[in-house]
Design a protein around this ligand. Sequence first.
Ligand SMILES: [Zn+2]
Length: 346
Amino acid sequence: MPMLLRDFHPQSKLVTPITRVDRPRFPAIDAHNHLGADFGGGWDQKPLSALLNLLDEAGIVKYIDLDGGWGEDLLNAHLDHFKQPAPERFQVFGGVDWSQWAARGDSFPEWAAGQLRAQQARGAQGLKIWKGLGLSVRDPQGTLVDVDDPRLLPIWETAGELGLPVMIHVADPVAFFDPVDATNERWEEIGANPEWAFTSPPYPPFLHILDGLAKLVARHPNTTFIGAHVGCYAENLAWVGALLDRCTNFYVDISARTGELGRQPYTARRFFLQYADRILFGSDAGPQPAAYRIIYRFLETEDEYFNYNTGPVPGQGRWYIYGLHLPDDVLEKVYFGNASRILNPG
Ligand SMILES: [Zn+2]
């Protein structure tokens, strides 16, 4: 009796505890999330009270909105809609408009650094670097730009000088760089989102891009970098730990990688204990209480073998996860302490 994989929804028959955790054990700062049209559900067009109700329900005391972008209008819209009426609940991050490099030529890096100053003067409290750096950003000659391209120094040094934390996402996940074939563990996810495949070649090797991230972070010790999604390499916590060891200006968020962390519970638990001062809570799933509940369950309970997604089939791969039952002192740092220390709140 043949059946397609997409129709197979097995129900686990394990009889083990199922713990519902509605609110985090400590007030939580969500250091990686979105509110804009493309990824965050378009909350800039919805009433703020509805958003605040969801955050209250989920125990989120502060929400980092990475969707300020680089155009004056978008950043102002987000600052006006979120930050201004509820300043203690939100931080909005700005960005770099790489498309300006072609027109501005050699003056681009200094211009972009000046834009950071202008964004901060208007109220931006961080810089979001999207995954295009290392994959699609090109210089005026049309050459693909490395993550650690020395020409971009003014951007990183200015962020450090201004105290703007840099939330950076490059390359990850690693399986997107493999051939899209029967051995690719994210085959279903790529099938649903073909534009997410960056098979190398023609794209640069994953580790070339990650090496660029490591060099970038090491070269700018006075700039705070937060490596998105567990330092952009949740599949290899030894690699991430080695960069955390080398660079005290490097931090990671755990957003959208509960599936990766939770399928390696022994390694992940050791990672949280060892780097408790360097890990920031985040969801990346919009202001969704159901998504938050899964992360709380993962961090706090001993529950075994559960879905890391809100949908019936986990989206990043067909595996289940195990709770880390982290101790209170680690939970407090990950949920709140680390972010409140480094994200320049206010
Ligand atoms: Zn994100």
